[in-house]
Design a protein. Sequence first.
Length: 389
Amino acid sequence: MDQQLRQPDDHAEIREEVGKLCARFPGEYWRKLDWDRAYPTEFVQALTEAGYLGALIPEEYGGAGLPLSAGAAILEEVHRSGGNAAACHAQMYIMGTILRHGSPEQKRKYLPKIATGELRLQAFGVTEPTSGTDTTALRTFAKKEGDKYVVNGQKIWTSRAEHSDLMLLLARTTPRDQAKKRTEGLSTFIVDMKAALGNGMTIRPIRTMMNHNTTEIFFDNMEVPAENLVGEEGSGFRYILDGMNAERLLISSESVGDAKWFIRKAVDYSKERVLFGRPIGQNQGVQFPIARAYAQMRAGEALLHQGLAKFESGQPCGEEANMSKMLCADAAWAAGEACIQTHGGFGFAEEYDVERKYREARLYQVAPISTNMILSYVGQHVLGMPRSY
Ligand SMILES: Cc1cc2nc3c(=O)[nH]c(=O)nc-3n(C[C@H](O)[C@H](O)[C@H](O)COP(=O)(O)OP(=O)(O)OC[C@H]3O[C@@H](n4cnc5c(N)ncnc54)[C@H](O)[C@@H]3O)c2cc1C
């Protein structure tokens, strides 16, 4: 079974090394953090020092210059081992906006330090309480005043904000009713969090059902130097959109890792637990949900790998990125269901880690994009049905 849960064999060496690193952070480590809702500082430090969070940054900026599939292999292994990469996964991909759209000065200034971990760019300020999924309705406004922008508004669910040096912020620079299209007039900024904290920016943690270090952020006349605008003013929504496929593929790989963890745990337990004179795994009522979740996981994984291959060869991969995100998150949830059910009452005991992973895996049907929005994308953009919103 080990082999099946490790496939595919791509980036085998990286997977092996990440697996060894993760073995230093067992269930007890994650359980304690979960209880305290604390940040996995030592784990993130270890991943950073090993260079994994700078894996996708080109070598000329001090990163490993690896393809997206290597990033996916790293994140999958973290989740397959029982850990959770949500505390730092964004360090891997938010930088893509600077890499693709930043000025040469911004690339030189930020990317080498992000590659070493000296600067953490892992806060992504897009979602707002009133606009939610309807991103172009966001209200945070950045007003140009001389050589700076003055920002007012609010973000919600800005994860890792308390553990980031920089934030990529999406704000309106032209009021929605004055922009030619609703997708225009939005701009992206690099915010120096340390400088802004207490100077127009307030961070308030939100306690969630799993340990996610997420926050809400308030901007009250926060000043951002004009040189921190990324790309052209007004084109920020496009920049955010074109980073989404990479993000969705990487999140899919985490869900694949979660599914594999649940399946292994369920299979092992079903063989060990003996009732009525036989292992419970001999009963089809126990066996089939686990087998079904495995089949679902393999289908999602196959689509994920199609998406990664297309992404790496520069082909459009929106269909695969969206559908794999949905299928992999669903497979992780099905595997979590099968795992908790297989464990009976013990599935609810913290020391088995099943309930913790179960809570963690649920998020990916909502964030970074919820299932309905993926189905809308497929209905409209893949199948050509009328736009629904
Ligand atoms: C723990 C956590 C961490 C997060 N981290 C970040 C982060 O770091 N940065 C960031 O910017 N955001 C982050 N998010 C936000 C996340 O991306 C949003 O929660 C998600 O996009 C959904 O938005 P919403 O919560 O406002 O739900 P809403 O937009 O209010 O939607 C509520 C429900 O209605 C459904 N719905 C809405 N409109 C339609 C429609 N037209 N058709 C069908 N169904 C519809 C949605 O699918 C959803 O199920 C995070 C969220 C969570 C919970």
